[in-house]
Design a protein. Structure first.
Length: 246
């Protein structure tokens, strides 16, 4: 089956991540290996034939065979995210096509250099696939996740990211809270800016490969900021999810 053909996936589990985010674990009849950072297209069809298509990044690593995990944030008045969030449960079927994308992808090869991941909100999803892929491959390349979120309640994959950072001295988790930080928080409390990017870059022995994903504003600011700090354009890859600001 080609990656351009639609297949009917079965929802194996629905995992609440935050009050506004759920992960849907889908078993695919024609699963095929993906690259970390790729996405699937999901298609909903109403009884009258009306269809809605949306892209969702793969959160699971390529090592997880037979199934994919999609993590979806509930968007206010969102047609597809609203349907998935409210109406879909284990045992249901969803039509998907993929994996798609050949640019915003990262391979965990032994030659992989330092890695800087910058996420805004649900933009963490494809970056999580990269982190899980890196962990599965047992790589020791210096890696930082700069993760911009509004409040502690909005942190997706929080316990897993913390456990990853605790177990791996070469992986640094840098949350930045833009609206409300946890009690006693001494880390960043603002949107990623030039000073923050300078500090983060200074943690790397050599210029990192950079992947930035999230709302348009964050992606634009981080990509421009990194380029201004001298990161070569070919080291900066971006993926934009939507219009909101984090
Ligand atoms: C390559 C790619 C990968 C993506 N991966 C993910 C993912 O892993 N998880 C995920 O949750 N989303 C992801 N998205 C976004 C997703 O495709 C949808 O755009 C999102 O779920 C909103 O669809 P909807 O039908 O719920 O909202 P719509 O009915 O399309 O929109 C409702 C309203 O919300 C606004 N809106 C649309 N998208 C957003 C947004 N992202 N933020 C804020 N406001 C918005 C619209 O302008 C509109 O006003 C990805 C997008 C792309 C292009």
């Amino acid at each position: 089956m080609s990656r351009l053909e639609w297949q009917l996936a079965t929802v194996e589990a629905v995992v609440p991540e935050t009050p506004r985010v759920k992960t849907f674990v889908l078993r695919l009849p024609a699963w095929q290996p993906h690259r970390a950072g790729q996405h699937y297209t999901l298609r909903l069809t109403a009884p009258d034939g009306y269809q809605a298509l949306r892209s969702y990044s793969i959160a699971s690593p390529p090592e997880q065979t037979g199934q994919i995990a999609l993590t979806v944030e509930l968007i206010e008045e969102g047609e597809v995210s609203g349907y998935l969030f409210e109406g879909v449960q284990a045992g249901d079927q969803l039509e998907v096509r993929g994996p798609i994308g050949g640019y915003f992808v990262w391979e965990a090869t032994p030659q992989a250099g330092p890695l800087l991941l910058v996420a805004g909100g649900s933009g963490v999803v494809p970056l999580m696939a990269m982190l899980r892929h890196r962990q599965q491959a047992g790589l020791r390349n210096p890696t930082v996740l700069l993760y911009s979120i509004r409040t502690p309640d909005d942190v997706i994959y929080g316990p897993e990211l913390q456990a990853m950072a605790a177990a791996d001295a070469l992986f640094t988790l840098l949350p930045t809270f833009t609206r409300q930080a946890p009690e006693g928080w001494i880390g960043y409390r603002r949107r990623p800016d030039a000073d923050m990017l300078t500090e983060v870059l200074s943690r790397f022995p050599t210029p990192p490969e950079c992947f930035i994903c999230g709302p348009n504003g964050l992606v634009e600011a981080a990509a421009t900021g990194l380029a201004a700090q001298g990161v070569p354009p070919e080291h900066i890859r971006t993926e934009r999810f939507g219009p909101s600001g984090v």
